[in-house]
Every structure is written in structure tokens, then in C-alpha cells.
Design a binder for this molecule. Structure first.
Ligand code: PA5
Length: 429
């Protein structure tokens, strides 16, 4: 089962701080279970696991595998919680070099005109055999009104209708709320196929709904195993919450000591997007009324050559959460070179995995010695079940931590401010 080792971080906390923090986190945990905390109308991310909808999983799997067979390119058009969960799972389980299934392209996750122009040009470029590219798209927006996504969808929708005529209707899949929002109007007008994000699930908690599961299924990843990995964690953590409570207690105690940044680090490039998902989950849930740890993501060892100095020796307000895989997959073995010009023969016979693991252990020790409280998150394997478990663990940990700091984990009032200012500048009525 997914777990987080908090022992090294706990060493930075006095017994008194620990007791006080633990007491507070136990109260959070109880109010979460009793449904007496804020935002209880947003707990659909739990109820979907309490009563799995196998028919929905089956349907998403079948639509996904159909698109997988037909598409050369699959566009995931969404922002924030509407795409980060899918990207986290897809990147974790498909290395960038994998060639089976459609190419995955993200859109609607920023407002760059040159990105969209280049994307359309790329879609229009024929395949090496001269034939047109078969493009399919999933637009995802809970509100159905988010500007970044809506603008990209308007451009790409028109392109698809110009390109494929009426057939575009069967190539565009929409995921949104049951009712309301401009996207629902567009769906009705065109007759696009629709998947529903339940009203009681917020964007950043929605990866295990059609929001995340349809795009993930398109890539050939087993969404049932992913979902049931989360179901396992849900059932397990209902009874065995000690590890999670220790993690939240240590994190909360460190936050109260004045630690301000939670750096989510990994030595696996494929897990960086998982860090991106967690960054949003933590950031949007915690950052309210002057509170919260600032979540940042580091890809090691790459970023040891950029952020490393700061983590090791800069202002001592950083805690670090390493995301690791206990049983990594196959690797490359370093061979003996008779000339040894590069002086690397001392590594001969070792796997890259072994070297990476030593780099991780060395970094962890150095950061600890430099005064950084370190947590280690353990995915058993880089597979669907482990990721499903980790997703639910972090969702629950988020809820309990945010209750402990006295905020509502499930809203994001601050996100509206930039939108208001932007709309005013753009002259929106
Ligand atoms: O977590 C959230 O609620 C947000 O990040 C949203 O997912 C993001 O703002 C996109 O919103 P929408 O899905 O309504 O387009």
C-alpha cells in the first residue's frame, strides 16, 4: 500500500510540538469523518470510491480504446484540475518515447496564440505517407466557461469542422457538469458526446471521474486498475490511518514552525507531472487567508544543478517530499570500456537505476544534513494500482491538513481575482 515515511521530518519536531499537532490533526480527521468540516458538499471524490460505478468505467474504457485505435492525435483541452490529473497518470505510465496509441497534445491550458497557431499547423501537416492526420479531441471544463479552455476549443472546434465536416461531431468528446455553462449549450447545439463531472467533485479532485479517466483510457492505460487502486486505498485508510496521520501531523507541525515551501521532488522524470498534479492539489486547497505551504516541483538530478544550491544552503524554510518508486522497472547496465577515457569503469556492471538510487540517497542525506525536513512517498511500483492509491492518499491528506490550518480545502476563491481583472481589461460585459 502507498505510504509516506515521515520519520526524518519528524526529527525536526519537538515532542511537545508533535503532541499539539497530532491533537489538532486528530480533530481534523474526526470532523472529516463526521462530515462536520467546511465544504462537505464537495466530498464526491470519496463517494465515487465508496460505490464504484463499474458500468461507467466500462463505458469510458470502451470509448477510450475506440479513440486509441482510430486517432493519430488526441487533444486534451482543459486547464488546472481539468487536465493535470490525466497528465500525471499518462506521463507516469507512458515514457515520452512510447510510440503505440495516438500522440497526446494538450491545449486550452494557457492562452498563447503562437502555441495554438503552431498546433493547428502541425495538425494540418500530412503524415509521412501523405494522408491526413486523424484528430480526436476531449474538451474538459467543469464550469464550461473557463476562458483558456473555451478560446482554444472555439479555434480547434472550427478547425475540426472545417477539416472533417459533420464527422467532426463524432470526434469531439466533452466533459462538463450535468447542467449550466456555455459548454453545455455548445454540446446541445452540435450534438457532441458528453461525459458528466459530478457536481460534488471539485476540479483538482476529479482525476478519477471522466475528467481524468477518459483521456487516460485513450492512451491504453488500464483505468479499472487505476480506479480500484484508489478504492483499495480508500478502504485501507478508512481503517488504518496511522501512517497518513503521522504525515499530516509532521507537515502541520513544520508549517507551524515557519517552514513555508514544500518542494515535491523526484528522480524519475516520468513522475514530474504527478508532482504537478500534487502541486495544484496542495496549492489551491491550502493557499487561503495568508496560509499554506507553497508547493513547488523539482526534477532531479536535473534540478540539483539549478535549485540544488538553494535547497541545500539557501533560506531554511523548505521541507521536501520525495516521490519514489520501490520497485522500478527495467534499466540500462553500464558496460566496461577498455580505454576508460571517461574514468567511468568503476560503474561498470551497475544499472542506471542503481546509480539513480544512490544519487537519491546521497541527495536525501545531504538535504537532511543541510536542515531540510524530508518526507519520502513510496509508490510500490510504477503502475496503475500504485498511482490510484497515491491519488487517494494525497487527496485525503490534503483535506485533513487544510482542516488543521482552519480553511476550506475544497474552494478556490482567489483564482477568481485574476479572471475579474483580465475580463475587465478585455471589455467583457
Ligand atoms: O481545481 C479546480 O477547481 C480548478 O483548477 C479548475 O479545474 C480549473 O480552474 C478549470 O476549471 P474548469 O474545469 O471549470 O474549466
Amino acid at each position: 500500500m502507498f505510504k509516506i515515511d515521515s520519520a526524518r521530518a519528524r526529527a525536526f519536531v519537538t515532542d511537545k510540538q508533535w503532541r499539539q499537532s497530532h491533537e489538532r490533526v486528530m480533530i481534523s480527521s474526526k470532523s472529516f469523518d463526521d462530515r462536520t468540516g467546511e465544504g462537505t458538499e464537495w466530498l464526491g471524490w470519496q463517494s465515487i470510491l465508496a460505490e464504484p460505478n463499474d458500468a461507467l468505467l466500462e463505458n469510458l474504457d470502451s470509448v477510450g480504446s475506440d479513440i486509441n485505435k482510430k486517432a493519430d492525435i488526441f487533444i486534451i483541452c482543459g486547464i488546472g484540475g481539468s487536465y493535470l490529473g490525466a497528465k500525471a497518470v499518462i506521463d507516469a505510465l507512458h515514457s515520452g518515447f512510447q510510440s503505440d496509441g495516438p500522440e497526446i497534445i494538450y491545449a486550452g491550458h494557457q492562452i498563447s496564440g503562437s502555441y495554438l497557431k503552431d498546433l493547428v499547423a502541425y495538425l494540418e501537416t500530412p503524415k509521412p505517407d501523405g494522408s491526413r492526420k486523424e484528430v480526436y479531441m476531449n474538451v474538459i471544463s467543469k464550469s464550461g466557461t473557463t476562458m483558456e479552455t473555451a478560446v482554444a476549443f472555439r479555434v480547434l472546434r472550427k478547425w475540426m469542422h472545417d477539416q472533417y465536416g459533420d464527422e467532426a461531431i463524432s470526434r469531439i468528446y466533452c466533459t462538463t457538469s450535468r447542467e449550466g455553462g456555455a459548454l453545455n449549450k455548445i454540446i446541445r447545439a452540435h450534438g457532441y458526446r458528453k461525459f458528466i463531472l459530478p457536481d460534488d467533485v471539485g476540479g483538482r479532485f476529479s482525476v478519477l471521474t471522466p475528467v481524468g479517466l477518459l483521456p487516460i483510457a485513450v492512451t491504453g492505460i488500464n483505468i479499472k486498475q487505476l480506479f480500484y487502486g484508489a478504492v483499495d486505498a480508500y478502504r485501507f485508510l478508512d481503517e488504518n490511518r496511522t501512517n497518513l496521520l503521522e504525515y499530516v501531523t509532521a507537515r502541520y507541525a513544520l508549517y507551524n514552525q515557519g517552514f513555508a515551501i514544500d518542494l515535491i521532488s523526484t528522480f524519475e522524470p516520468d513522475l514530474v507531472s504527478f508532482g504537478g498534479w500534487l502541486q495544484q492539489l496542495y496549492g489551491e486547497s491550502e493557499g487561503k487567508n495568508g496560509q499554506g505551504l507553497f508547493p513547488a516541483v523539482a526534477q532531479y538530478s536535473t534540478d540539483l544543478h539549478s535549485l540544488g544550491q538553494m535547497v541545500q544552503d539557501g533560506k531554511r524554510n523548505i521541507i521536501e517530499t520525495f516521490i519514489t518508486v520501490d520497485k522500478p522497472g527495467e534499466s540500462v547496465i553500464i558496460e566496461e570500456d577498455p580505454r576508460d577515457y571517461d574514468g567511468l569503469n568503476y560503474l561498470a556492471g551497475k544499472s542506471m537505476e542503481e546509480i539513480n538510487s544512490k544519487a537519491y540517497q546521497g541527495t536525501l542525506q545531504a538535504h537532511l544534513d543541510g536542515g531540510v525536513p524530508v518526507f519520502t512517498a513510496h509508490l510500490e511500483k510504477r503502475n496503475e494500482e500504485s498511482l490510484g492509491q497515491a491519488i487517494y492518499y494525497f487527496e485525503l491528506a490534503t483535506a485533513l491538513f487544510v482542516y488543521a490550518i482552519g480553511e476550506n480545502p475544497f474552494d478556490q476563491p482567489g483564482v477568481e481575482d485574476y479572471k475579474k481583472a483580465m475580463y475587465q481589461l478585455l471589455g467583457k460585459k
